[in-house]
Design a protein around this ligand. Structure first.
Ligand code: FES
Length: 156
């Protein structure tokens, strides 16, 4: 029996094998924790009639997908060339400092996850990050700290 999230995703996107990536994206978007659980991967493999190993390998291949639970706020810091040379490293460090975690980690309150990502097309406003689906560009260290403080304030 598949979970409702997986069933809804397959009903929305389609149940053929070529829909695997779209189903994975949809399941992740709807799942609490912003990730694709092992149970969901099994359900997807069953629903699309594909080997579980294929579902795992596709979920593991794309950096936009995660099989690890992530925070409510997913902060993805671009580390491709234009962002990297425009203070991207300093921005990443500022986020690590203000959140008290390293890249790839989630805060213990499950609110914030920090990840590096490759270019997502906002090079003209480098350095850029994605916070869930919203892009922030021309970031400074002070602005990065302010973003986190505003989100923390909103959670009170
Ligand atoms: S290089 Fe960072 S968004 Fe393109």
């Amino acid at each position: 029996m598949q979970s409702k999230i997986v069933m809804d995703a397959i009903n929305k996107v389609g149940d053929t094998q070529d829909k695997l990536l779209e189903v994975l994206i949809e399941v992740q978007a709807q799942a609490p924790g912003n990730y694709i659980s092992e149970t969901s991967l099994r359900d997807i493999a069953q629903g699309l009639n594909i080997p579980l190993s294929k579902a795992y390998s596709v979920a593991g291949f794309y950096s936009m997908l995660s099989t690890k639970e992530r925070g409510k706020y997913l902060i993805q810091i671009c580390n491709s060339g234009p962002c990297y040379i425009n203070r991207g490293k300093a921005i990443a460090h500022a986020f690590e400092q203000v959140l008290g975690i390293k890249m790839g980690e989630t805060t213990t309150d499950k609110l914030f996850t920090l990840e590096y990502t490759s270019c997502f097309g906002a090079c003209d406003v480098a350095p850029a990050i994605k916070l869930n689906d919203k892009v922030y560009g021309n970031l400074t260290v002070n602005r990065a700290i302010q973003i986190i403080n505003d989100l923390k304030e909103g959670e009170k």
